[in-house]
Write a protein that binds this ligand. Structure first.
Ligand code: ATP
Ligand code: F6P
Length: 544
């Protein structure tokens, strides 16, 4: 310890000297470094400037900037043409130009009559011209074909096929429920009445059977009737499976003078809708039939996603979080098993897993379940529980058919009923622990079932439903028929129904990027069967 103030000041001086020397050495090294850096910076700057100059020259020459890759090109575009009533029936007066009517409804009238007063008529900011299209496959590489397919772009057309005053429209919802059904019903009604000035819109109750069931008389849909529909889950019109009867449906259309039919449903519903379209054409009826693709399972092909899917995936998070809490807190060996909807496609399960980040094992219909052995899910689960103390499993309801066998039972529409995979899995986990561990497994099984599809649409789905309904109405008013409105490559398009149903229901690609992401998250053994030689990989449009 320094004993006097003189010693202390000597010590301070020493420290100061050392500090100055260290700073000086640091400065020298940074000066040397900065010389090298300066050269690198100058080189980089020069390269950037020459890039900018080249881009400017390209722009001035009328070319987009960027590097020209001459081994990738598109030479031919083939349009997925949609049938147009104008080819068989006379369209409304060509002077009947399409403007936004923005009709005001007479809210005080109990009889729901609409005022003829239009709040403001406005021209559309964008009218879609003939042959405006959206490329179907936007992935290109030197090995892809130079001929590509394209969808008809959706949106208002300048000329209307129908005089709105001569239109009686009908809306029907079929198949299972799905968040957003009411949003679509509401926006179809509002677009028809307020945007186009259609006088009558009927809501057919209870799906296809509602066209002829005497106890389910149709309701008249008005903007007042649908005002708050979008806040509720389910379908204000009701729905059903089975009961498709073409002659009776055609009889209904004739009786009520329906010339525009909007059918909201899945692949089964669309098959029916196309039969109605063909039935009308064969009978010389100037009727437009339009589908709006709906399925909680997201298994309709081509479209980026079906409405309601995002809300269902969101609702499934509550079940997964519940399973996590139960698994974490229930000892010993807490395991939460959540069963989610998904008849033949595991999209809800895989998206819920990817969105959650809490799941250790995901089982879907597309990937065979292996219980034991090197790639067995049971030893894997036991190991995960050893590491973390608990684990969460998500299983799609259609998974494990290879273990449980195919059910011979079907529902009213002919869809196979599914064996109880959730209970089976719970039993297998418990048995495996009994045989291989001193402590039992504490398995909590959660089946949120209909809770994930009866919720109201979230904001993303509400917006999507609005776009679908508006574009369906634009398409029908223009005279398109036998089509469905959908989102493809993030653009609204019109899809011919036969193309839409041909490859539906779609399933997740066992060798695609979605499944790759799932196993990279869960780190579970990949039991996807090896890819067959020449097998073309399908993609899951939502996550390409
Ligand atoms: N090939 C078909 N021809 C005519 N109608 C059909 C056909 N397939 C199904 N339908 C009818 O379509 C309606 C709905 O079918 P389904 O129950 O299979 O639901 P979906 O439309 O596929 O929707 P979800 O995704 O909810 O299952 C039913 O009324 C059924 O009778
Ligand atoms: O019991 P329901 O109403 O027939 O619906 C169950 C089925 O419907 C779907 O949600 C498809 O709409 C499937 O995932 C499920 O298996």
């Amino acid at each position: 310890m320094p004993s006097s103030s003189a010693q202390l000041s000597l010590l301070h001086a020493g420290i100061l000297a050392c500090g100055v020397a260290a700073v000086a050495s640091l400065l020298t090294s940074s000066i040397i470094k900065s010389k090298a850096d300066q050269e690198a910076a100058a080189e980089y700057k020069a390269a950037q400037q020459s890039k900018k100059k080249a881009a400017k020259e390209q722009k001035e020459g009328g070319e987009p900037s960027g590097t020209l890759i001459d081994d990738v090109s598109i030479e031919k575009i083939y349009l997925w043409e949609v049938e147009h009533l104008g080819s068989r029936f006379k369209s409304a007066d060509k002077n009947n130009i399409n403007i936004m009517k923005n009709k005001v409804t007479n809210a005080s009238s109990e009889a729901a009559e609409y005022s003829e007063y239009t709040h403001s008529s406005a021209e559309y900011n964008k009218l879609i011209a003939s042959h405006e299209c959206i490329l179907a496959d936007i992935k290109l590489s030197p090995s892809t074909s130079k001929s590509v397919k394209a969808y008809v772009r959706a949106g208002p057309r300048k000329h209307l096929h129908f005089d709105p005053h001569s239109v009686t429209a009908a809306i029907v919802t079929c198949g299972g429920l799905c968040p957003g059904l009411n949003n679509v019903i509401r926006e179809l009604t509002n677009s028809l009445v307020q945007l186009y000035g259609v006088k009558k819109v009927l809501g057919v109750r209870g799906g296809y059977a509602g066209f002829y069931n005497p106890d389910w008389a149709p309701v008249e849909l008005t903007p007042q009737y649908v005002e708050t529909l979008h806040h509720q889950g389910g379908s204000a019109l009701g729905s059903s499976r089975g009961g498709f009867d073409l002659d009776k449906i055609i009889a209904f259309l004739k009786k009520h003078g329906i010339n525009q039919l909007f059918v909201i449903g899945g692949d089964g519903t669309h098959r029916g809708a196309f039969k109605i379209h063909e039935g009308c054409m064969e009978r010389g009826m100037n009727v437009a039939v339009c589908g709006i693709p709906k399925t909680i399972d997201n298994d309709i092909d081509h479209i980026d996603r079906s409405f309601g899917f995002s809300s269902a995936v969101e609702a499934a998070q509550i079940a997964i979080r519940t399973a996590k809490t139960e698994a974490r807190c229930n000892m010993p060996n807490g395991i939460g098993v959540v069963k989610l909807m998904g008849r033949s496609a595991g999209f809800i399960a895989v998206h819920a897993v990817m969105g959650s980040g809490d799941v250790d094992l995901c089982l879907v219909p597309e990937i065979p379940i292996v219980l034991e052995g090197e790639k067995g899910c049971l030893p894997f689960l036991m190991q995960r529980v050893k590491e973390k103390g608990h684990a969460v499993v998500v299983v799609a309801e259609g998974a494990g058919e290879e273990l449980l066998g195919q059910s011979t039972e079907v529902d009213g529409s002919g869809n196979k009923k599914l064996p109880p995979i959730g209970d089976f899995l719970k039993k297998k986990i418990e048995e495996y622990y009994k045989a291989n561990s001193n402590d039992p497994a504490t398995v909590k099984y959660i089946d949120p079932s209909y809770m994930i599809r009866s919720v109201p649409a979230n904001a993303v789905d509400s917006l999507y439903c609005m776009q679908l309904a508006q574009n369906a109405v634009h398409g029908v008013m223009a005279g398109y028929t036998g089509f469905s409105a959908g989102l493809c490559n993030n653009r609204m398009v019109l899809l011919p129904i036969p193309e839409l149903v041909e490859t539906s229901p779609r399933t997740m690609d066992a060798h695609g990027r979605t499944w790759e992401r799932v196993i990279s998250l869960t780190r579970q053994p990949n039991t996807a069967p090896p890819k067959k030689e020449g097998e073309v990989s399908k993609y899951a449009p939502m996550l390409r």
